[in-house]
Design a protein around this ligand. Structure first.
Ligand code: ATP
Ligand code: LTN
Length: 328
């Protein structure tokens, strides 16, 4: 059985972009692949966190993994810090990554370009920890949204370099980026990605938003004055974004959506998008409410960490031995 691995940072609440671009694919693939899904709680402290809020977000993140349909019987679900080998291999990966490579990472460059002050060293080297997260389990595929593709490519480059230098240590993974919905845009500014760290609340639909609030966000999404439901991200970014959301959530193709709304106004279209969003959120929230007060979270994380640690510790040892860091 081929293996897939991915993670999500528990910075803030999970949103519809995380669901459509990543989480949904973890769930869809768990029958066909051996799925490893973790909560990247080391990655989230690359930017300042409020301890109380982070605590809540961590628990919510696990509950949402489960509420979205990840099944602990089929998938390995755990907290990154419960498997210390990630951080240990992360350091080794960092020592095999060139500054020039890190300097090319657009996510860091974008933050720097925005003039954000006091960016941390952890944020700069974060793709090397991400490479360790991946390589330590030898996955075949890494399901991520568009913004993470560059990091998976860096991971491949460093893995190939280390394989050439020390002999075959790592399987070279492929990024698995969805065809539709790999980059859901902000509803209030469709030139920006929907993001937890966006600052404004209006453009981002959180998976735990009350349904009337989510509906309102869709109904007030920025569109255009063209007045035609047509997929054209360049000239109609807002409408095209809503079409991608609807297509991802209903399984209807973009062409079918165009046909369905031929001759109709944006009001009808937005109502249909809001219906698809609210019905998805309702299912997730019902399950979330059951899970959050049960002992399933604790049990899932304990079993997940045991399974993941068994694999990760063997791989870490192999790498350390191949580098010559251990006395044999
Ligand atoms: P940030 O606040 O840093 O933007 P984020 O919302 O991107 O955080 P992450 O934890 O970095 O959240 O992302 C988790 C997964 O969700 C990644 O695979 C990422 O590519 C995907 N993802 C994030 N935002 C979107 C989006 N707007 N559209 C599609 N996929 C997304
Ligand atoms: N960097 C990712 C989260 C993440 C990840 C990973 C995704 C950390 N480690 C390993 C896939 C594989 C993010 O910011 N979304």
């Amino acid at each position: 059985m081929k293996r897939m691995l991915s993670g999500i940072k528990p910075t803030g609440q999970l949103h519809l972009g995380n669901y459509i671009g990543a989480l949904r694919h973890f769930v869809e693939n768990q029958d066909e692949y051996e799925m490893i899904a973790f909560i990247a709680n080391l990655h989230c402290i690359t930017v300042p966190q409020d301890p109380e809020e982070l605590q809540k977000n961590l628990k919510d993140c696990v509950a949402l993994y489960l509420a979205c349909g990840l099944d602990p019987e089929k998938s390995t679900i755990f907290l990154q810090t419960d498997v210390p080998a990630h951080a240990q291999l992360g350091y080794i990966m960092c020592c095999h990554t060139y500054l020039g490579e890190l300097n090319r990472m657009t996510q860091f460059k974008d933050k720097q370009a925005k003039g954000e002050k006091n960016l941390s060293g952890g944020l700069y080297t974060y793709p090397t920890l991400m490479a360790a997260d991946i390589l330590i389990y030898d996955p075949d595929y890494v399901p991520v949204g568009e913004d993470q593709k560059q990091h998976v490519e860096l991971c491949r480059d460093v893995a190939i370099r280390m394989n050439n230098r020390y002999g075959k240590l790592f399987r070279i993974p492929e990024p698995a980026v969805p065809k539709v919905g790999a980059r859901i845009m902000s509803l209030s500014d469709p030139s920006k990605k929907m993001s937890k760290s966006d600052g404004t609340d209006k453009g981002c639909i959180y998976l735990l938003d009350p349904l009337p609030k989510a509906r309102k966000k869709v109904m007030s999404a920025v569109t255009d004055s063209i007045g035609k439901v047509h997929f054209d991200p360049e000239n109609q970014p807002g409408v095209s974004n809503l079409m991608q959301i609807m297509s991802s959530l209903t399984g209807k193709s973009l062409e079918d959506i165009e046909k369905e709304f031929e001759g109709k106004g944006y009001g009808d279209f937005k109502r249909a998008v809001a219906d698809s969003v609210c019905s998805t959120l309702e299912t997730i929230q019902t399950r979330y409410n059951e899970i959050i007060s049960s002992d399933l979270i604790e049990k899932t994380l304990k079993e997940g960490a045991e399974k993941a640690s068994a694999y990760a510790s063997v791989k870490l040892k192999q790498v350390q031995q191949a580098i010559g860091m251990e006395i044999r």
